[in-house]
Design a protein around this ligand. Structure first.
Ligand code: AMP
Length: 290
């Protein structure tokens, strides 16, 4: 266990990374909003396995929250995060304050099209602009070789990849699998908002996704698979924002399935006032896994 160095200043952070790169070390970066759990540390572990030095940022990014969203109440516990990251061999923790990332007078935002438009982009206007803007600024402060994101936030990964492609950023975007609780619920900092009944019902989300995967493999029609999932969730009084099988790269609805279409089932739903997202990648019907 190494004690991570906590850096608040982006110029200091950048100098440290550049010095590390100069001596030939590979730097990995895991951006987070803190309130860390095993999903976050799985990203850190992959970065540590693939890189010489790993930076984790902890920054609750105001520009990706809508006015009615949970920016104020978002869980924050720096000491717990620090101790967890120390156990996972992070070298530096970048923990800027809001003015460090959004200097007074700031009025610049990055707008992404394509994968940022549907689903979360429609339901949370400005969300992906906030995500892209902070990821870009964090990458300026942390000029790493590779940046790690979780597949749980699938659309976010596509948006970051689009930005990296379009702005020709010199960083590799890595995607890590979703880490789940023992009952299948995807780990999320927002799970702490769920009361006991909501938490129990929330396990249906992954159960329904698994059932959808089986139905996909059995060759059921897409509409039928989607409807069965919706029925399972509504039976547990889970409100559905969207539940669609889409092309995993373009996020366009799939009507017919050819054997090699990369497909994903995307869900956003609400239990009480808590909004959760999840997904399952659907195997190619050409593979024996189906
Ligand atoms: P957040 O702190 O929620 O912004 O998440 C920071 C990073 O951790 C993002 O790339 C997320 O996709 C990733 N992440 C969050 N939850 C999980 C999970 N259960 N499994 C894998 N990655 C996750």
């Amino acid at each position: 266990m190494a004690t991570p160095l906590v850096i608040h200043d982006r110029n200091v952070m950048r100098e440290l990374i550049l010095s590390s790169r100069t001596i030939g070390r590979r730097v990995g970066f895991v951006p987070t909003m803190g309130s860390l759990h095993a999903g976050h540390t799985s990203l850190v572990d992959q970065a540590v396995a693939e890189c010489d030095d790993v930076v984790t940022s902890i920054f609750v990014n105001p520009s990706q929250f809508g006015p009615q969203e949970d920016f104020e109440k978002y869980p924050r516990d720096f000491d717990a995060d620090f101790n967890l990251l120390a156990r996972h061999n992070v070298c530096w923790i970048f923990a800027p304050d809001v003015h460090e990332m959004y200097p007074p007078g700031d009025s610049t935002r990055i707008e992404i099209g394509g994968p940022a438009d549907p689903y979360e982009g429609t339901l949370r206007p400005g969300h992906f602009s906030g995500v892209a803007t902070i990821v870009f600024r964090l990458l300026q402060a942390v000029p790493s070789h590779a940046v790690y994101f979780g597949a749980k936030d699938w659309q976010q990964v596509l948006v970051v990849r689009q930005m990296v492609h379009d702005l020709q950023l010199d960083v590799q975007v890595m995607t890590c699998p979703t880490v789940r609780d023992t009952d299948g619920l995807a780990l999320s900092s927002r799970n702490t908002y769920l009361n006991e009944s909501e938490r129990n019902r929330a396990q249906t989300i992954y159960a329904a996704l698994q059932q959808a995967e089986q139905n996909w493999c059995r060759g059921l029609a897409i509409d039928t698979i989607e409807q069965k999932l919706r029925d399972m969730l509504t039976a547990k009084e889970i409100q559905i924002d969207y539940a669609d099988i889409v092309h995993a790269e373009s996020l366009k609805k799939i009507s017919e399935v050819s054997q090699n279409t990369p497909a994903i089932f995307l869900i956003a739903c609400r239990l009480g006032s808590t909004r959760l997202i999840d997904n399952i990648l659907l195997p190619s019907r050409a593979f024996s896994s189906c």
